[in-house]
Design a protein around this ligand. Sequence first.
Ligand code: ADP
Length: 318
Amino acid sequence: SSQTTLPPRTPSITTAAGPSTSSWTNSNEQESDYVSDPVQGNTYYKGQFLGKGGFARVYMMTDIANGTQYACKIIPKNRMQKVHMQKIAREIMIHKELNHVNVVQMHHYFEDNLNAYMLLEACPRKSLMHVLKYRGKVTEPEARYYMKQMVTGVAYIHSQKVVHRDLKPGNMFLSEHMIVKIGDFGLATRPDGQRRRVTICGTPNYIAPEVLYKQAYSYEADVWALGCILYALLVGQPPFETATLKETYARICSNQYKEVDDSIATRSGQDLVRWLLQPTPELRPSLERVKEHAYLTKEYVPASLPHTCCYQMPPAHI
Ligand code: ADP
């Protein structure tokens, strides 16, 4: 039948039926190279494995009707507790409303008896984590190029009243044409006006001091994380990285980091890092203001980058 039922507006992921003793096995998920959306009827071919996250495995997936390719996050349902399903439903609800060139687009989601499927814009150049792994650090024009797009993307996310809460190089994905795409909304939230206390989340090196102090936190923690990422791009390691978690947290709380010097960045770059890494969250700028900073508006920002920059120095003209 040619059903044109739209997917429900609110994801209602159900835990898998069957005895709770059923154990999840790889063969379960690998069952078929083809996956069908039971509601829309579209069939997808499951291709190359791209990576794994907490519960999810990510594969290339092709819509066999038109050849469109996606990265598909596949979340098995039968070993998952209800609370985890609720978290994933939340991620989907937040992510599917976002639509911006610097945000990984979530095109569609559906589920069958075994799994939930999130069809995402494919980012074949991996992420800034991989760039840092191969390159150590990047040149200043590259750092400005990446930073401008990250700031634009997160400013948009904030304009939609969403805090990402897990900004780090590994969540800054890169498209075929080296456009930054912010992804992984697994920890994202819509802060209510009340600024409730919230549980610690985020990644140690990029965590803001107010998060560690267990104060209510909000948009400003994302601004802090962007300061850490810019620093990592320029210096080659995040500002508060040490051998131990305890020491890292102590440094974050005392705002103790080695300043970026003239050999690494222009004065305006140094100024931007300091502006973002202010201990008092209220003093940090909104990303609308960061967009206007001289480092991103007055200094040279390349219009594009060749993909060779993922693993080697840019050509001389950049
Ligand atoms: P995590 O659980 O670590 O937060 P994800 O579940 O979002 O990460 O993704 C797991 C891995 O799958 C990533 O590290 C990456 O290698 C790959 N991946 C995720 N999303 C995409 C995408 N849109 N395009 C290409 N690869 C992706």
